[in-house]
Design a binder for this molecule. Structure first.
Ligand code: NA7
Length: 539
């Protein structure tokens, strides 16, 4: 007989870890399956040089325990991967999480059994287990996008992906290294690899807007001040559309209310403060393309000033709307292209046609390489979900249900898939926020919902098709009020050939969180319940 739990949680990243804690608080049993050899999810795998969070440490941290948030001392404004892993280990130990996590175990399939109202969850190495509830904590940026380039399998050197970095450090000394991709991971890794490698060839498809992170030791006085009222600090962040950085409010005014000199002064100030604050310079820059162009042009001019070779600067200069792809943060990224050992190749104009044992060949040139690094990102938001064969009512697969793009109610539930919850799923704010806040909001909401169901003998809970349809329309309407869907980003799945383009995350955390809370207090409208049969002797 398969082991039975109240809850199976898929994934022991930051979402799965908090979810396990919440499930225990409700008094239910849980098993977590995690493919990696340790907790941490994306952070466990992203060990590439320069891997660093692009959310400030004091915000990219759990808030479910006042003791935890008081005792942990961050050392940098933006924690690097190693510091985040130390934090994760600390949380795992403090809350004794590992005893309910099975590592090195990938969930391959799960099937809903109508008669028992239970999920059977199949794994690659631990057989199958049965659970009343399944919670997908599979992460938004966890399934690497590894584009196939003809001949890559013949390459003689190491082929690495930033999202599946080896556990042991990689030595680039004396090597000719090729990096494909210039998103957040690429722009963090490139400056460090350039310092070690003999030669670095960067293969760029789309130049990103890369802003200075201005990472620095964390000011102890700031840390103490925030800890003096951490709850208040979190509450203020919850009122910001991106659920963070309430210390730096968005200038509510239009860019066009300022003279050119005033605009430049504001933008210069935000550039120097570092981080994504450039997007807070003016109230209209994410809704008005002319306003956006002013800010974009400021960043383009920075690139032209920093990069000494005008041809290289031109190649590095983005033309799309600033902010419609996720802003990248890196210190010293553009300066890297002034090094003599770094070469930039535009693979939009001349794609890589073939990889041989020792070269990457574009239509224009051939580049000798000893190592190849794919910094090509993820099949974001739905990638990890779609790789598990999830079968709901009547054998309906999630892949079939989502063949025209993902459909959810609140990003949390899917019609036809009872008692299955998705954390930071499509249709929720997820990647448009500080994801630790999104995780907290989902973990606590799901925890309360499990308690409600348990206390009220509710057998199943399932989003209704109408609620799902209306929610999908709402997500689309919100996105269309902004410039966020105006370019081919991974928010839309545009980086994955064949993926139906649907803007997946929901814009605006505060309204979303309020809506979820209202739905819970109103008895979960939009979800259908089935109740456990009352035992005969009690009727
Ligand atoms: P991103 O931001 O998706 O960046 C991936 C990069 O790889 C980007 O420059 C892509 O160009 C490029 N790419 C993707 N597919 C290809 C193919 N087939 N050929 C050439 N180049 C390609 O992923 P990251 O890992 O950098 O960052 C993801 C998030 O992780 C980040 O936002 C942080 O939150 C952490 P494109 O722009 O698609 O033309």
């Amino acid at each position: 007989m398969a082991d039975e739990f109240d809850v199976v949680i898929v994934g022991a990243g930051l979402a799965g870890m908090q979810m396990l804690h919440e499930v225990r608080m409700v008094g239910l049993t849980a098993k977590v399956f995690e493919a990696g050899g340790g907790a941490g999810g994306t952070w466990y795998w992203n060990r590439y040089p320069g891997a660093r969070c692009d959310v400030e440490s004091l915000e990219y941290s759990y808030q479910f325990s006042e003791v935890l948030q008081q005792e942990w001392e961050w050392t940098r404004r933006y924690a690097d991967q190693a510091e985040i892993m130390r934090y994760i280990s600390h949380v795992v130990e403090t809350f004794d999480l590992a005893r309910d996590i099975r590592f090195h175990t990938r969930v391959e399939a799960m099937t809903y059994e109508e008669t028992t109202a239970r999920w059977t969850v199949q794994t690659d190495s631990a057989g199958e287990v049965v659970a009343k509830f399944v919670i997908m904590a599979t992460g938004c940026l966890s399934e690497p996008n590894v584009p196939y380039i003809p001949g890559v399998e013949t390459f003689a050197g190491d082929v690495l992906h930033t999202g599946r970095w080896p556990q042991d450090p990689v030595d680039f000394t004396g090597k000719r290294v090729g990096v494909i991709g210039t998103g957040s991971s690429g722009v963090q890794a490139i400056p460090l690899i350039a310092r070690q490698a003999a030669e670095l060839v960067v293969f760029q498809r789309t130049p990103a807007y890369t802003l200075p992170a201005v990472d620095e030791p964390l000011d102890p006085e700031l840390q103490a001040a925030i800890k003096a009222d951490y709850r208040g600090f979190r509450a203020r962040n919850n009122e910001v559309p991106t659920a963070g950085l309430s210390r730096f409010p968005t200038n509510p005014n239009s860019v066009f209310l300022f003279s050119t000199k005033e605009r430049d002064a504001i933008l210069e100030h935000n550039w120097n403060r570092g981080g994504p604050l450039m997007l807070r310079a003016f109230g209209d820059l994410l809704v008005d393309s002319a306003a956006n162009e002013v800010v974009a042009e400021f960043v383009r001019n920075k690139i032209r000033q920093i990069v000494t070779d005008p041809e290289v600067a031109a190649k590095l200069t983005p033309t799309h709307v600033i902010g419609c792809k996720r802003i990248c943060l890196s210190d010293g990224y553009y300066e890297t292209y002034n090094r003599v050992n770094v070469r930039l190749v535009d693979i939009k104009r001349h794609p890589i046609e073939e990889i041989t044992p020792t070269t990457a060949r574009t239509g224009e040139d051939s580049h000798d390489l000893d190592m190849l690094v794919f910094a090509t990102g993820y099949d974001a938001i739905t990638g990890a979900l779609s790789r598990i064969d999830i079968r709901g009512r009547a054998g309906l697969s999630l892949q079939e249900a989502w063949s025209d793009g993902p459909r959810t109610y609140l990003g949390l539930g899917v019609s036809g898939f009872p008692n299955l919850f998705i954390m930071t799923g499509p249709g929720s704010p997820s990647v448009l926020t500080n994801v630790l806040v999104a995780i907290h909001q989902h973990a606590t909401w799901i925890g309360e919902c499990l308690k409600h169901m348990t206390d009220n003998d509710i057998r199943t809970m399932e989003a209704t098709p109408e609620a799902e349809q209306n929610w999908g329309d709402h997500v689309r309407d919100l996105a269309e009020q902004t410039l966020l869907s105006s370019c081919g980003s991974w928010y839309l799945g545009a980086n994955i050939p064949g993926k139906t383009p649907v803007f997946m995350p929901l814009v605006g955390f505060p309204d979303y969180a309020k809506k979820c809370a209202e739905i819970a207090s109103a008895g979960y409208p939009g979800f259908a319940f089935q109740y456990d049969p009352v035992p005969v002797n009690q009727s």
